[in-house]
Write a protein that binds this ligand. Structure first.
Ligand SMILES: Nc1ncnc2c1ncn2[C@@H]1O[C@H](COP(=O)(O)OP(=O)(O)OP(=O)(O)O)[C@@H](O)[C@H]1O
Ligand SMILES: [Mg+2]
Length: 316
């Protein structure tokens, strides 16, 4: 396998059981191809941050294996993490130092960062996250969004092969959220692999090439963004004359469609593997006036809710 074919992140049976007994991450097999923008989705408490901490060697797995840029973690952390930029919940910044001073400290702690180019790299990173003007302000005076941007700048202090961003848009305003999306696109365009977590699907859906969906510690879906269409539960909606609705219901049931129901003058059902053409032919063949037939692919949000549950309450 050449380095470029090698996946950026692979885990096998990755598991974390906390001392409380809770299994926060339950045997997951992540696969993040090189060059991907991998959207790591899941509701609050589903195990995203714990997974990310294990990827970065910040938390020791209870079981399973992690490989980052081809090297085992956490064993190879010291040599593999140089080209990995990370933003994880609650970065440790000094409150009385300015944003820029904090970055200087951070960069100085990175043995593989060149001090000679530090100033230029810092300016570029601060500019990229829109903190150029606020770089001289003390960290304790930063708003939530400014703190988050500084964390992001920290991840961008030097060119990276892999960026791991845990909820990078947390606390950002809509402009900031959009800028982060642009930034992720731009970085991906430069060849950086990005793993970006979020509990907000819409935020991620627009930029990612791959998706992994967590629910209660398990990875319930993973794959190319485009191929997710196959996992979607496609529905069909047939419009007939009002007095034909019952007959149409029988026809669809007779075809073997599931969850057949009536919405006004329309009959809806799960299409399953049935060809929509067969649905229209059967309705016409039964002597019904088929006024319309729609095939409805659910939004990714519906898929997400379907896989991870409806409830507003955190699962555990
Ligand atoms: N240090 C810890 N000790 C015990 N339990 C923990 C610890 N850290 C996390 N957990 C638990 O593990 C589960 C997963 O937490 P995690 O932070 O990984 O979720 P998340 O998907 O990142 O959620 P969010 O979207 O809210 O950030 C939660 O139930 C949480 O309470
Ligand atoms: Mg989290």
């Amino acid at each position: 396998m050449s380095p470029s074919d090698e996946p950026a992140i692979v885990t096998r049976g990755l598991t974390k059981r906390f001392s409380s007994g809770q299994v926060a991450v339950d045997g997951i097999d992540l696969h993040v191809p090189a060059g991907a923008v991998y959207g790591f989705l899941g509701p609050n408490g589903s195990g995203k941050t714990t997974t990310i901490r294990m990827l970065l060697g910040l938390v020791r797995p209870t079981a399973g294996e992690v490989s980052v840029l081809g090297a085992p973690m956490p064993a190879a952390a010291h040599r593999v993490l140089g080209p990995v930029g990370a933003l994880v919940e609650g970065p440790a910044f000094q409150p009385y130092l300015t944003g820029r001073e904090n970055l200087v400290r951070m960069d100085a702690c990175d043995p593989s960062a060149d001090p000679a180019t530090r100033d230029a790299r810092l300016d570029r990173a601060l500019g990229r996250v829109g903190l150029g003007a606020a770089a001289g302000k003390r960290y304790r005076q930063y708003s939530l969004g400014m703190k988050q941007r500084l964390g992001l700048a920290g991840a961008l202090l030097r060119p990276r092969r892999l960026l791991v961003l845990d909820e990078p848009t947390n606390g950002l305003d809509p402009q900031g959220t959009r800028e982060v999306r642009h930034l992720v696109r731009e970085l991906a365009g430069e060849g950086t692999t990005v793993l970006v977590s979020s509990h907000l699907l819409a935020e991620i859906d627009q930029v990612c090439t791959h998706l992994g969906i967590m629910s209660a510690g398990r990875l319930v879906l993973q794959g190319e963004r485009a191929s997710l269409a196959e996992h979607r539960t496609v529905r069909v909606r047939a419009t007939v004359r009002p007095h034909q609705v019952q007959a149409a219901t029988s026809v669809l049931t007779g075809l073997g469609l599931e969850q057949v129901g009536v919405e006004g003058d329309e009959v809806v059902a799960l299409l399953g593997t049935v060809d929509p053409a067969a649905v229209s032919a059967a309705l016409v063949h039964a002597g019904l006036d088929l006024l319309g037939l729609q095939v409805l692919a659910p939004t990714l949000e519906q898929v997400f809710v379907e896989l991870t549950g409806e409830g507003f309450d955190v699962a555990r």
